[in-house]
Design a protein around this ligand. Structure first.
Ligand SMILES: C[S@@+](CC[C@H](N)C(=O)[O-])C[C@H]1O[C@@H](n2cnc3c(N)ncnc32)[C@H](O)[C@@H]1O
Length: 267
């Protein structure tokens, strides 16, 4: 095995988790009241202060790890303020500032915060990121850990309310399919595709997965106008999810095709 080798995800789930529509509906209707950690509040205040005097667009790079993608995004969008957020001081401490920086590099900040707090604070402050990247979040592949995946967590409504154009990447197609289903529950159609094999990696995890030949998946969506769909549509999605969970087939095709409520139901 090379030093980059990485095993594909194994899980006791063969398809998407059927509980997603019920979870999304529950969390959408109940405020997430967990107290905010002090360090998250401090990180939020730091970014808020910078934003107050910044005239350009805001871009979030959530779960940024060592912040390689954050620097890359600042290069790609020099007019923006790019904020990388991660809970791991260890990972953030490994950031290499000089690597991607150039004369054309925009501004970026890396902060340590728990996104369960940071997204809620940012949504409450009505931040409106133009783009929001979520690159290779922890998959939590055990079936019983659905609640730890972002789309199965109580903070999901805050993530959605932040809005913007989102880009999620993962090496686990089920994660991406589930995310598309969760977005369908709030009326958002997502586009799902496989990343080209030779795509230039922008994070260490992407590089590692690519080097071991794993297919990588990308979901993009615009979150404008998101809102919980009617109860009968949640029911429809739950039923559909249950069928998909059992068949375990075509997770991504279904995500792209069938989660679009309007098309599927002739609405
Ligand atoms: C699989 S790593 C991916 C890191 C980076 N995006 C990459 O692709 O190299 C997932 C990252 O999510 C971060 N993370 C997990 N839960 C988090 C949370 N609740 N708040 C902030 N960061 C979190 C972890 O610390 C870790 O750095």
């Amino acid at each position: 095995m090379s030093e980059f080798a990485s095993r594909a995800i194994t899980s006791n789930q063969t398809g998407i988790h059927a509980d997603i529509p019920a979870l999304v509906a529950k969390y959408w209707q109940h405020e997430f009241l967990k107290p905010v950690a002090e360090h998250s509040q401090a990180a939020f205040a730091q970014v808020a202060e910078r934003l107050a005097s910044f005239a350009g667009p805001l871009i979030l790079d959530s779960c940024c790890g060592v912040g390689e993608s954050t620097a890359e995004l600042a290069q790609r969008y020099p007019e923006a303020l790019v904020v990388g957020i991660d809970k791991s001081a260890h990972r953030l401490g490994k950031h290499v500032f000089h690597k991607k920086a150039s004369a054309h590099c925009g501004e970026y900040i890396l902060v340590r915060a728990d996104l369960n707090d940071f997204w809620r604070l940012a949504a409450a402050a009505n931040w409106q990121p133009k783009r929001h990247f979520l690159l290779y979040p922890n998959p939590w592949p055990k079936k019983k850990h659905l609640g730890r995946r972002w789309h199965g967590a109580p903070v999901f409504p805050a993530f959605v309310q932040l809005g913007g154009t989102i880009e999620l990447r993962s090496n686990w197609p089920i994660y991406v399919g589930e995310f598309a289903l969760a977005l369908a529950c709030v009326g958002i159609n997502a586009e799902v595709r496989q990343l080209p094999e030779q795509v230039e990696p922008i994070t260490p995890f992407e590089r590692k997965y690519q080097a071991s030949g794993q297919p990588l998946w990308q979901l993009t969506a615009n979150l404008a106008g998101a809102n919980l769909v009617a109860p009968e549509n949640i029911e429809y999605l739950a039923q559909h999810a249950a069928e998909l969970a059992e068949s375990g087939e075509g997770v991504l095709k279904s995500a792209a095709r069938n989660f679009a409520l309007g098309d599927a139901r002739g609405a």
